[in-house]
Design a protein around this ligand. Structure first.
Ligand SMILES: [Cu+2]
Length: 339
């Protein structure tokens, strides 16, 4: 089997395990975001369709680790490049971020930032963008990531009506905490899109550079989510816009992804999920993943081993067994990424 095909199959398997922001609905209008397939189109010299979604090489089990918080990868994910077009939203309007899917084991907060571009965001310099947090949710009755899953893998953000009109990059992010009890164990999954805000107010709040958003020892980054009570979880990053800066938005800035959605959460388990037993094993998997270092460096483990000869379909089957059955295997994959 060619290495390219191996990569593609591995990509398909791991993309199923995690997720990306595949698109947004801004003021009711759907716009497709960056598609991982565009990466391969570009590799082959093709031109992908225009999208406000920022290019990012979050292939395989892609996340940004705390050890990379001082690098540009934390801004809009690995080797990101500005989106080639822009969506539009009215100040005071709503942006829904649609994730392809998300594993319940990857518990954590949901955060959304905006950075104003000096001109067109398609030319934005990611290292110069200054981020203002406009939405955050950590743990209230449940982890925000679980509420996103229950809300049809969608997170809804209200754009503060007081923000000045202009071209902005929106940075939407979840931070998976299942391994965050040990240092460098948190996993940041940021995704950026260009969105112009229209009809805004006069506020141009000062933001912070992407490389100044987090440190590896922040209370909400180095955090054990299995202590039994997460109600005191402190969401990392700069202060929420309107909460501490002296400016007071006239509309609430925090989203509440459908309190009603949680009522039907158990009924609305993602129908699109194709990973067998993903939900059934979620809590056991999560606990096991909390200590990835325990198994780091181990060779082939509890999962079945791949036969010396195999077909594409048996290889896919093997991959699925690995991801569905073996929490240890998952922890090892994560541990390898830290290396
Ligand atoms: Cu993972």
């Amino acid at each position: 089997m060619s290495s390219t095909l191996l990569k593609l199959v591995a990509l398909a398997a791991t993309a199923a395990a995690h997720g990306t922001v595949t698109g947004i609905v801004a003021d009711g209008t759907y716009t497709k975001g960056f598609d991982l397939q565009y990466y391969y189109m570009l590799q082959q010299g093709q031109t992908p369709p225009e999208t406000p979604g920022w290019y990012a090489e979050n292939l395989e089990n892609g996340f940004v680790a705390p050890s990379a918080y001082a690098t540009a990868d934390i801004v809009c994910h690995k080797n990101s490049k500005a989106g080639t077009s822009s969506a539009t939203v009215k100040a005071g309007g709503k942006v829904d971020f649609q994730w392809s899917k998300w594993p319940e084991s990857h518990i954590g907060p949901m955060l959304t930032y905006v950075a104003k571009c000096e001109a067109d965001c398609t030319d934005a310099d990611k290292t110069a963008l200054k981020w203002v947090k406009i939405d955050e949710a950590g743990f209230t009755d449940d982890w925000a990531s679980n509420k996103m899953i229950a809300n049809n893998n969608t997170w809804s953000v209200t754009v503060p009506s007081t923000l000045a009109s202009g071209n902005y990059v929106f940075r939407h992010e979840t931070i998976a905490l299942h391994g965050a009890g040990s240092e460098d164990g948190a996993q940041n999954y940021p995704q950026c899109l260009n969105i112009e805000i229209t009809g805004g107010g006069s506020d141009n709040p000062e933001g912070v550079l992407g490389t100044a958003l987090y440190t590896s020892k922040d209370a909400g980054i180095l955090y054990n989510p299995y202590s039994g009570d997460d109600s005191g979880y402190k969401i990392p990053g700069p202060a929420l816009y309107g909460s501490a800066s002296g400016t007071t938005p006239t509309t609430p800035v925090s989203s509440s992804p459908a309190a009603s959605a949680s009522a039907s959460a158990s009924a609305s388990a993602p129908a699109s999920s194709t990973v067998p037993s993903a939900t059934a094993s979620a809590s056991a998997t999560a606990v096991a993943e909390a200590t990835p270092s325990a198994t780091a460096g181990a060779g082939s483990g509890s999962g079945s081993t791949l036969p010396k000869t195999f077909t594409v379909s048996s290889f896919i089957q093997w991959l699925e067994q690995q991801s569905a059955a073996s929490a240890k295997a998952k922890a090892r994959r994560h541990a390898r990424q830290f290396a």
